[in-house]
Every structure is written in structure tokens, then in C-alpha cells.
Design a protein around this ligand. Structure first.
Ligand code: ZN
Length: 142
């Protein structure tokens, strides 16, 4: 089973974010659906270069991560909760978010429209993408 390694889940509401996510630190977060039995389905992963609180409030306001029209038709669950973790460096956030992105199904399963991007002016590369490239190269070569 894939693990997020984050705190939560908490309800995705402004008052909850303002009360609970108060450290002025960068971090990773996941948005998802919290079912009545407390199971959390990951639907979107991202990270914040500034503070987790700010990023979560932006997601809430702009409905970032919510499914589109087709998801409504197919009855896909809606985002109503989040999990988060702080990090000491933005680079750590980026790599953790990439790992979660792959562990939880990538573009096929998540509402993410693209692979997590490194911050501007950085040249960090997702190690999982590199591994997959190497693996498929080996298959072809062997
Ligand atoms: Zn990747």
C-alpha cells in the first residue's frame, strides 16, 4: 500500500486550514475524498514553495484539484479533505510530491493535469521518472 506520510486527514475548510496549518514553512499536501468510514482517497498532490497554509487556501478558493465535468457524470468522488506535511527545504517537498504522484496513480488516477513541476530556476528531476526511463531502456536493450 502506498503511504503519503502526512498529517490529517482534515476537512478542506478555510477555518480548519487557518487553525491547523500554522507553521510558516513549505511542505507537501494531498487533496482527496474523506469517506464516512474515515478512509482517505488521494485525488490531487502538490507542494508549496512558500507556506502550506497559503497553498491550501489558494486550492480552496480556485477549486484547484477538483474533478471536471466528466468526473461529475461518472460519479467520481469530490475533494473534501486534505493531508499535509512540512519540510525543511523546497527540494524535499518537490521529491516527496513526485513520489506521492507516482505512488497514487499519476495522471491516470489523480486529478493532477500534469506531473509535479520543479520550481522555476531549479533543475531538479523526479527520480521516479528517471528510474522508469532507465528500466524501460534496459528492457529494450536486453
Ligand atoms: Zn516523475
Amino acid at each position: 500500500m502506498a503511504k503519503l506520510d502526512m498529517d490529517g486527514p482534515l476537512k478542506l475548510e478555510e477555518k480548519v486550514i487557518l487553525k491547523e496549518v500554522i507553521q510558516p514553512m513549505p511542505g507537501s499536501f494531498a487533496l482527496g475524498h474523506l469517506a464516512a468510514n474515515r478512509s482517505f482517497e488521494v485525488l490531487y498532490v502538490s507542494y508549496s514553495e512558500t507556506t502550506v497554509q497559503e497553498a491550501l487556501l489558494t486550492c480552496l478558493k480556485k477549486r484547484i484539484g477538483q474533478g471536471g465535468f466528466m468526473d461529475k457524470l461518472t460519479g467520481k468522488n469530490k475533494i473534501n479533505a486534505f493531508k499535509y506535511s512540512y519540510a525543511n527545504s523546497v527540494e524535499a517537498c518537490f521529491h516527496k510530491t513526485c513520489k506521492n504522484f507516482h505512488d497514487f496513480g499519476g495522471l491516470k488516477v489523480l486529478n493532477n493535469k500534469e506531473h509535479p513541476r520543479p520550481p522555476k530556476k531549479s533543475d531538479w528531476i523526479c527520480s521516479r521518472c528517471t528510474e522508469e526511463l532507465t528500466a524501460s531502456f534496459k528492457v529494450k536493450a536486453g
